[in-house]
Each structure stands twice: as structure tokens, then as C-alpha cells.
Design a protein around this ligand. Sequence first.
Ligand code: KG4
Ligand code: ZN
Length: 353
Amino acid sequence: MRVLGIETSCDETGVALYDTSQGLLAHTLHSQVALHAEYGGVVPELASRDHIRRVLPLIRGTLAQAGQTLQDVEAIAYTEGPGLAGALLVGAAIGRSLAFALGIPAVGVHHLEGHLLSPLLARPSPRFPFVALLVSGGHTQLMGVTGVGAYALLGETLDDAAGEAFDKTAQLLGLGYPGGPALSALAAHGRRTRFKLPRPLLKSAELNFSFSGLKTAVLMLVQAQQTLDDQTRADIACAFQEAIVEVLVAKALAAASQTGFSRLVVAGGVGANGRLREQLSGEARRRGIEVFYPPLEFCTDNGAMIAFAGAARLQDTDVGEPGFTVRPRWELSELPPSHARLFEGEAPGETGR
Ligand code: KG4
Ligand code: ZN
């Protein structure tokens, strides 16, 4: 089945064409970073208007890239939530309308399920079960994944998300929006030993995170500096990154050990962080745990993960009402289990290790 995926939940318009037997055929993306940069964050109304401008040209571009036409599309998947209501409505409206006009099914996808399954777009891809570390701008969760829709929450942030902590720290250091990539680039010039920042909840047995204290510690460190020269900013960025990465790595490995799962999957924008990848892969290797990352371009928001998760959900008979709705707030735990089979010879809800 050939599925057109449409992502418009926040500040990226992503479109992709995924074929269940041939894999990803094409994908395109338009980032609104430049549009929101002068405001220091996403302006919802501007985001919706830009999605409206971009989505049809991107659909045309994706189909052209794949050498396909609309008539070749067999189903449409769009992000139903969570995200910005107006932005979600653009993708839902275009997805449902196109499906109606073409007489094909449409399915609303949970954005985080998209992120969670995105490492399966890479080769080799992880088999179930695995622990997923989901680290995005709005979420930081550890999940035990035994199949599509079979997600057990193992731990989550009690306050700020990891991406949010990167963005806020970047702001304190005078870096633009979004801060994560800029902060990690600055940290590359920093010295690891100059400052030491707290590692919240590192020593506790629970799998929850807390990053707001770390953000406050950065604020105090910044305020304590007489001059905030380039080297000092880089040293602070580096200290922050070391602290947050150490906590993420420790909790992810603790989750693997608590569940007994030998595979670990990292998804969401912060999963693009080079230092996190380096530290996690090293520590995991020492413990015999295999780590899987989505390709870099599919860490942050994209249409491919939506097409992929949609293709899985479309294997279930009931894909929802013909009308459409969006769910700006939508917990992953509210998703029904799925009968989808993603691997050859796989039993539904496969749990074999
Ligand atoms: O998954 P995503 O694209 O959107 C959400 O669903 O939130 O994640 C965006 C977040 C932002 O907070 C951004 O600063 C962070 O991911 N991010 C990074 C990196 N690239 C993106 N954080 C740290 N290092 C990176 N290289
Ligand atoms: Zn996302």
C-alpha cells in the first residue's frame, strides 16, 4: 500500500510517500524556523498560515520526486495530534479532503507514535520489544514498546522536556530559536571540566526526569559570570549538555535493565544530538544493549514517520470516522492497541526477544 503522510503539528510542514513493500519513496520538508526566529518561538497563527501555503506544493513535489501521481496514492495519513490546533487542522483538512476526493482511506496519526516508530524507517530496524527514549521539544518519556500501540510508560519528565531545556538554555546564552542544534554546536567548543551542573534525579531509582532545576542552575551560572565571553558561553553550553546527556543515558539504560529488553530506540528532535548519541552508544555497547536511532532527518518532525505510523494503523480495520477532528492534547496511552505486523513472520504484539 502506498501511503501519503502529512505532518503539520508545529513548525514544520512534512510530506512523504511510503510504500509498505518498497519503503520510503520520497519525502519533502519545509521548516518555518526563519519565520518564527524573530519572535524567539513558534507563533501559532503564523504557523497555520504557512502550512496552508506550503502543503500543496510539498505534496506535488513529493509525488514528482517519487515519479508518482495522486492516482497512485492508496491511503493518506496525517497528524491528528498532539500539537497546535490551527496547524493540525491544516493537515487534517487537506488529508481528509484529498482522501474523500480520491475515494481512499485516511487515518489520523498520533505524532508521538510517529516519533516512536521512526527508528523502524532505518535499516537495520529494531524488532519488538524495545525501550524507547522519546526526547522532543514537548515530551521526555521512557516507554516499553512491545508492539504497535503497546506502549507502557516507564518514566517521564516531571517538568520541562529535554528539548525545552535545550531551547531555554540556548535562550539564556543568547542563541536563537530553536536552541538545541545551536547549543550543541556551541558546546563543541566548550571545555567539559570548567563548570559542573547538577544531574537532577540521577541517583534516584525512579525513571522520571526533572530539568527545570538544571535550567535554573544555568541561569545562576550565567548571572554569576562577570563577562559572558564566547569561551564562557561555550563552556556553559558544554556543561549543560554533559549534565542532561548523562541523565538521559543513565535513565535509558536503567529502563533497559528494569524491563530486561536488550534494544533501545531513541526518537524525537533531541535524538539528533551528537553527544547523546556518542555517550549512549558507548555505554549501551558496554552493557550489550543495541541502540537504534532514526536517520538524522527523521529525528525532528517529518512526514515520513507519519506515513509509516499511518501505514501500520491502516492495517487495523477500523481507521476512524469519515469526518475529521484534531486533538491538540492527546496522551499516547489513549491509543488503542493495534494488530499491525511490521515484520515478516511477526505475530501480533510480538514480544519475543
Ligand atoms: O521532535 P521535534 O522536532 O519536535 C517536537 O515534537 O517537539 O523536537 C524539537 C526539539 C527542539 O527543542 C530542539 O531544540 C531539539 O528538538 N533539538 C535538539 C537538536 N536538534 C533538535 N536538541 C539537542 N541537540 C540537537 N542536535
Ligand atoms: Zn515532534
